[in-house]
Ligand binder design. Structure first.
Ligand SMILES: C[S@@+](CC[C@H](N)C(=O)[O-])C[C@H]1O[C@@H](n2cnc3c(N)ncnc32)[C@H](O)[C@@H]1O
Length: 269
């Protein structure tokens, strides 16, 4: 089995994904915030998975599009009621290979970190900027890296104990490439299943710099979907990026132009 196969995580976990995350409490608040940020325009979710969030967002009357690389996750999504209302493009969201522009592009649940190199993450920011409307917003929800959880660059956690099931996760940390490689292991009396995950983490400050390279800037950063301010003790962040507006001209810089200083790629605001 190739660990670097892009769809590995989704293909392996699709069967249990919804069951595993059924207790997550913040979907309602998240959908309310995302619906407001879309301002009645089109929304795009990167790494849509089983449609856990895209479907309720579409249920609020928002036109939602989506991308995911795992056919197995998409099959679970497409088996749900009203799934036809949310088109899915199967592919790597690094490319943002969808038609048109969006008022809201979002990538939640640490999924941005599934891009395993800094180069891929920067390229994703650039492609997102190309697909945002002039007043659009790019939202990332992710964890704040906490290297103190590693001892000798390893970590083991008990993630679930039920009467008939145990889940543990074992992680190796590669500080040079800012990568973690994990196996989530589900043990029942009958079976042992393993679910691999690889991520390249980045601190909020690095994401802000990526935004700058793509001609965007931070609009706001919260620590939760209720809008609590981001602070030193925050373990997660919701970062909202918008395109940079040039004060003197009212023009907006996009993509390459922002990082190189060339102004040929300006778009009218
Ligand atoms: C943790 S799940 C999140 C799903 C959904 N956003 C949610 O919150 O429930 C991550 C999803 O991103 C997809 N994914 C990971 N890397 C991807 C990539 N480079 N391009 C497209 N999809 C990707 C996986 O297949 C999986 O469905």
């Amino acid at each position: 089995m190739q660990f670097d196969h892009l769809a590995l995580y989704g293909d392996r976990i699709a069967d249990i994904y919804d069951d595993l995350h059924r207790h997550m409490a913040d979907v309602g608040a998240m959908v309310s915030v995302l619906a407001e940020l879309a301002q009645g325009g089109r929304a795009l979710e990167l790494g849509v998975g089983t449609g856990r969030v895209a479907l309720p967002l579409a249920g609020r009357g928002i036109e939602v599009h989506s991308i995911d690389v795992s056919e197995a996750m998409v099959a679970k999504f497409k088996a749900k009621p009203n799934a036809d209302s949310v088109p899915v493009t199967v592919g790597n969201f690094r490319e943002v290979a969808v038609e048109g522009r969006f008022s809201l592009i979002f990538v939640i649940f640490n999924t941005f970190f599934a891009l395993l190199t800094q180069e891929d993450q920067v390229q994703c920011f650039r492609n997102v900027a190309e697909h945002l409307t002039d007043d659009g917003v790019f939202v990332i929800k992710a964890f704040v890296p906490d290297l103190s959880r590693f001892v000798r660059n390893q970590n083991a956690d008990v993630t679930l104990i039920e009467a008939d099931k145990l889940m543990i996760s074992a992680t190796n940390h590669d500080p040079v490439n800012q990568r973690v490689i994990s196996q989530h292991v589900a043990i029942t009396e009958e079976t042992v299943k393993i679910y691999p995950v690889r991520l390249r983490y980045a601190w909020p400050s690095e994401l802000d710099l990526m935004a700058q390279l793509a001609g965007m800037k931070l609009r706001e950063r919260w620590s939760d979907w209720e809008g609590k301010p981001f602070a030193a003790a925050s373990t997660a962040h919701i970062s909202m990026y918008e395109k940079v507006r040039l004060p003197s001209t009212g023009l907006k810089v996009s993509g390459e132009a922002a990082s190189t200083g060339h102004i040929s790629a300006y778009e009218r605001a």
